[in-house]
Design a protein around this ligand. Sequence first.
Ligand code: ZN
Length: 354
Amino acid sequence: MSIQGTERQIVHTPLQPTSIARIALTITLMITLGFSGLLTMTFASRISNEPTQHALTDPNFSSTSRLGSTSHLGSQPTPPPLLLPSPSPTGPLPPALPQAIAILQAQNRLLYNGNTSLPEIALTFDDGPNPYYTPQILTILQQYNVKATFFCIGRLVADYPALVKQEYTAGHTIGNHSWSHPNLALLTPASIQFQLSRASDAIETAIGVRPAFFRPPYGRMSVQELTQVYYDGLITVVWNDEGEDWARPGVNAIILRILGLARNGAIILMHDGGGDRSQTVAALPFIINGLRQRGFHFVTIQQMLMDLQHHTNVPGRDNTLPDVRREARCDIPAGGRRNGKRYSWVISLPECES
Ligand SMILES: [Zn+2]
């Protein structure tokens, strides 16, 4: 704008040739400097604005850095930094819960399962830490070299921080399961915020990093709750396989139900706290062996999220569920096809041993 004005002034003002040459030189310099100044300003504003806007408006920005900071797990190789998909909505989630869930799922900010093209499964344990059952579960996981995920209740983390530290240093992922396990879907935004942040604070005090994952107590969700979780930088993790171990249906029933529902990318819900978990402890080795025999391997929720982001699903995959019958037999032969391979296995039930 100012450049055009200057050019117009040169054309219409009568001057001596030497003066014209001097002014032309000055104008050329001004144009050059003006342009480079403009370019510099444009570049500078791009460089300075983009990360700043990201940090201020992008809830993923903080969660990415949190996930990165949780990646140094024990002697595990450092996984590549997580690149979460760019967010939208930047505004409120839609008022209807199914739509809100769909939007969060599309952004990998709410998981019911992992990558369904990979034979990987995440074992998750809720409601701990528990001074009696959590150490037993940790011992089994160590014996079988399995990494899992623990969704901890904040006030129990404050009571037993050493147990959570033990989980974390063993390479397991630690998630937020609220401060005192209420149904968050019924609470006010302020109370939801309190439940989330106080639990994350307790976990950070115990292990040195804030959790990146959240599991809603009772699996109950509301738009209000998911909005709070989203803007807190947490990823909601639900499940698609469980043995209903909380109801203590018997060791066999837990094993059969979990093996029957298992599939690629399954997230399995179990409990290391909240009551008598001796059935869960007894079932765990059989669940691990049963799933391994069928070609699955175990990952943490953090690894599952990374595999969800870095691998595309294969259309037309063979995800046939095996035929596992709930028969009162000691050894149940079973088989099925998965990812083009044929597997056969025998489910051995612990109550038949001896
Ligand atoms: Zn729970």
